[in-house]
Design a protein. Structure first.
Length: 150
């Protein structure tokens, strides 16, 4: 008979991985790129239209985001499946709002034309010496507004 994980440990792992998902969205929207890099393992992959391999490639891609871009990554339906005490996988839905233009640099709201995209992230998480981190993250779009996303 397989060992059954303590429900408190399982819940703590689920929470840690869900927190990574939410922190990724907050960090990218508020341009906290130093924090984003710490959410991933050293050898992580992030596939968001292009495949980025390793922390350096991930942060380099984030730094190329236009200065006049304002985004909000709305994350929902977060699900984490604990594989064991060192691995988990997850999925969460994404509704992406974005505006590119000088209005994004002002304090007030920018014009809204509806979501730029709707999809989900598929994740694998691993426990490291520094805690839980994202090992692989892949974006799958179900809907995309071509006027907002090339």
């Amino acid at each position: 008979m397989a060992d059954v994980m303590d429900p408190r440990i399982r819940a703590a792992i689920e929470r840690a991985c869900a927190d990574l998902t939410i922190e990724y969205a907050r960090s990218i929207d508020f341009r906290d790129y130093d924090n984003i890099v710490n959410l991933f393992t050293e050898d992580a992959t992030l596939t968001i239209g292009q495949r980025l391999e390793g922390r350096a490639a991930i942060v380099a891609a984030m730094m190329q985001r236009p200065g006049e871009l304002r985004s909000r990554h709305v994350i929902s339906n977060v699900f984490v499946d604990v594989v064991d005490d060192k691995r988990a996988r997850g999925i969460c839905y994404l509704t992406l709002y974005r505006h590119v233009g000088p209005e994004s640099l002002e304090r007030g709201p920018a014009p809204l034309h509806g979501p730029a995209a709707v999809g989900h992230y598929e994740d694998s998480f691993v426990k490291t010496e520094a805690g839980w981190r994202i090992k692989h993250r892949t974006l799958h779009l179900a809907f995309r507004d071509p006027a907002q996303l090339q």
